[in-house]
Design a protein around this ligand. Structure first.
Ligand code: GLU
Length: 290
């Protein structure tokens, strides 16, 4: 059996904080304990929020934590052709459609539907896609695309589920309600998710699925906030004929108010803690790793 392959996949849209340190150190510890490799992936699809100085800081902060990773590092912005190829496969299966609505239009549609009954939310609390772009007449779709109107590409969830059938994954960590072991995937909870953003040939779910397979990842270790997203990843893996990694979702570090740490909370930023004279061993202690 070939050795396990782990990955840490930060987005360079801010400086790393203690939550990232927990995730990166756990990946490094688990890779070492299993004689596996640790890969690093820079998730820089969102060109409006990602900056080169944040990417440079990621390398600096990880090295300071004593983490070693294989090179070359994979950057999502260099793999747009891979995402386009995956999209083309899903399109050929009849599972993709364009939706032209703006955020404001979607919000208005949800508000309109909520005058009747509560509109369903996804596991992150965002309303499911309320539009009917899926049934837009082909001629109108063609006209709007030809006119250069921006559009996102969405997964036709019901058709995708019918093709893929029931799915599950192996979880060695736990979900928000203690889910562990063999977990049944529930991609329907996400509705017609975005596969490709208006401004990029991929969104988070498609990129992460294609990248994990492309990098030969056998073990995904990440925060519990991404537990439910795994359902979408399992569905895309099944549709694209990709192997499923093992999953381990770890606890989240919370701030004093019980909220998940964010990149804007300076006090838990690794650079900030470093200037205060805290060392890598101190960070391990702060995140609760022996
Ligand atoms: N890029 C994501 C983040 O910064 C992590 C994606 C993943 O681990 O699947 O939260």
């Amino acid at each position: 059996m070939s050795p396990p392959v782990f990955r840490f996949a930060p987005s360079p849209n801010g400086y790393l904080h203690l939550g990232h340190a927990l995730s990166a150190l756990l990946n490094a510890d688990m890779a070492r304990a299993s004689g596996g490799q640790l890969l690093l992936r820079i998730e820089d699809i969102d060109a409006t929020r990602c900056r080169p100085e944040y990417e440079a800081a990621i390398y600096e902060d990880l090295a300071w934590l004593g983490i070693e990773w294989e090179t070359p590092v994979r950057r999502q912005s260099e793999h747009f052709t891979d995402y386009r190829a995956a999209l083309a496969r899903l399109e050929a299966m009849g599972l993709v459609y364009p939706s032209f609505e703006s955020r404001a239009e979607i919000a208005a549609l949800v508000a309109q539907r909520e005058t009747q009954a509560p509109w369903p939310r996804d596991p992150d609390g965002a309303p499911l896609y309320p539009g009917d772009a899926k049934v837009m007449p082909a001629a109108e779709r063609a006209r709007r695309m030809a006119a250069g109107e921006p559009y996102a590409l969405r997964l036709a969830m019901a058709a995708a589920l019918a093709l893929a059938g029931p799915l599950s994954w192996g979880e060695s960590g736990a979900g928000p309600n203690g889910e562990t072991g063999i977990v049944a995937a529930d991609p329907a909870a996400w509705g017609d998710v975005v596969l490709a953003r208006k401004d990029a040939p991929a969104g988070y779910h498609l990129a992460v699925t294609v990248d994990d397979a492309g990098q030969g990842i056998t073990d995904v270790v990440r925060g519990r906030d991404l537990f439910h997203a795994t359902s979408v990843h399992r569905l895309l893996q099944a549709l694209l004929g990709l192997a499923a990694p093992r999953y381990h979702h770890h606890r989240l570090l919370l701030d004093a108010d019980g909220r998940k740490l964010s990149k804007s909370t300076q006090s838990t930023g690794l650079r900030e803690l470093r200037t205060q004279g805290i060392n890598a061993a101190g960070i391990r202690q702060m995140v609760g790793l022996a």
